[in-house]
Design a protein around this ligand. Structure first.
Ligand SMILES: Cc1ncc(C[n+]2csc(CCOP(=O)(O)OP(=O)(O)O)c2C)c(N)n1
Length: 328
């Protein structure tokens, strides 16, 4: 059954373009608001990696779960957490998706299948196996998808989680976003191997290396992985090669990589690539792309207005909603 993955329709491709653009514009606005001092704390932006969250989540149902990282805004938007509730969370308002108790690094919404993000590097990996074990034991065809950076692939949790997922044929898709740097550490310093996906041979599970800046390639690879998982054929590791176009966090002066490298990746920007393809295939025209841009800008404007108008949390609620259980 894994050979029969459908290619995305024109409408699905257009939806993926809009999704990636929403993530990009949402985060650009977050950055401005942070620089103006309106948003407290730090931000880990996802700029450049939008194709991964978008291509992966395009295959997920609301009742499938994702786990996420310290860089979660893109995952959240792609899984269906509302722009309003994420922005309100960044503003620490009571209408935030975690009622102001999470902030940027912990956004999520169980109602749409996203666990509040986990900022401990590698922390989501064994939890995703646990979610998938729950789905399997209940006999459902739900799946879990776990996003993590390549830095997490050298944590003990990676080896434990992937081995357990493999031996029990769990319906989980491990999505490694290899953006070449763990903070300022280049991937070549901490890995002797070219592809992290090669490690699947050690666990006996499926794995693929994917162009993580090509949303259609991510979509197709995820389609194969989800089909395997829903059919009871076990887990997959997708290694999506990508690049964060901005600093690791707001305090990163980006002194550890070259301008040439940055330029090379910007020329492979995932949003521009899909936009050019939509035009070349006649799926839409420039006016169509402009209309999507206007629509996305309106959604971001609305999210900011909603967040600003929302009330602060009531101090009496400080100890409420601080523990969550997951019922699968
Ligand atoms: C267990 C643990 N160690 C260290 C940190 C500090 N830290 C936060 S992000 C980060 C780099 C993570 O790199 P990677 O997993 O590749 O993800 P990326 O930032 O590239 O998205 C580190 C070391 C942490 N949050 N958790």
């Amino acid at each position: 059954m894994t050979d029969s993955i459908k290619t995305p329709t024109s409408n699905e491709k257009t939806a993926m373009y809009r999704q990636m653009l929403l993530i990009r514009r949402f985060e650009e606005r977050c950055n401005q608001l942070y620089m103006r001092g309106e948003i407290p704390s730090t931000l880990h932006l996802y700029v450049g990696q939008e194709a991964v969250a978008t291509g992966v989540c395009a295959h997920l149902r609301t009742d499938d779960y994702i786990t996420s990282t310290h860089r979660p805004h893109g995952h959240a938007l792609a899984k269906g957490v509302s722009a309003r509730s994420i922005m309100a969370e960044l503003y620490a308002k009571s209408t935030g998706c975690c009622k102001a108790k999470g902030g940027s690094m912990h956004v999520g919404d169980m109602d749409v299948g996203m666990l509040p993000a986990i900022a401990i590097v590698g922390g989501g990996i064994p939890i995703a196996a646990g979610l998938a074990l729950g789905f399997k034991r209940k006999g459902s065809d739900r799946v879990a998808a776990c996003f993590f950076g390549e830095g997490a692939a050298n944590e003990g949790a990676f080896h434990e989680g992937l081995n357990m997922a493999a031996i029990w044929d769990l319906p989980v898709i491990y999505v490694c976003e290899n953006n070449l740097y763990a903070a300022s550490t280049p991937v070549g310093v901490t890995f002797k191997i070219e592809n992290i996906a090669d490690r699947v041979a050690a666990y006996g599970m499926a794995g693929e290396v994917v162009d993580g800046n090509d949303v259609l390639a991510v979509y197709e690879a995820m389609g194969r992985a989800v089909a395997r998982a829903r059919a009871g054929e076990g887990p997959t590791l997708l290694e999506c090669k990508t690049y964060r176009q901005v600093g690791h966090s707001r305090s990163d002066p980006l002194t550890y990589r070259t301008k040439e490298e940055e330029k090379w990746w910007k020329e492979r920007d995932p949003i521009e690539r899909l936009g050019e393809r939509l035009l070349a295939e006649g799926v839409t025209n420039q006016a169509g792309l402009d209309a999507i841009e206007a629509d996305v800008t309106a959604e971001v404007d609305d999210a900011v207005a909603f967040a600003k108008a929302s009330p602060d949390p009531d101090p009496t609620e400080a100890l409420q909603h601080v523990f969550y259980g997951v019922e699968v």
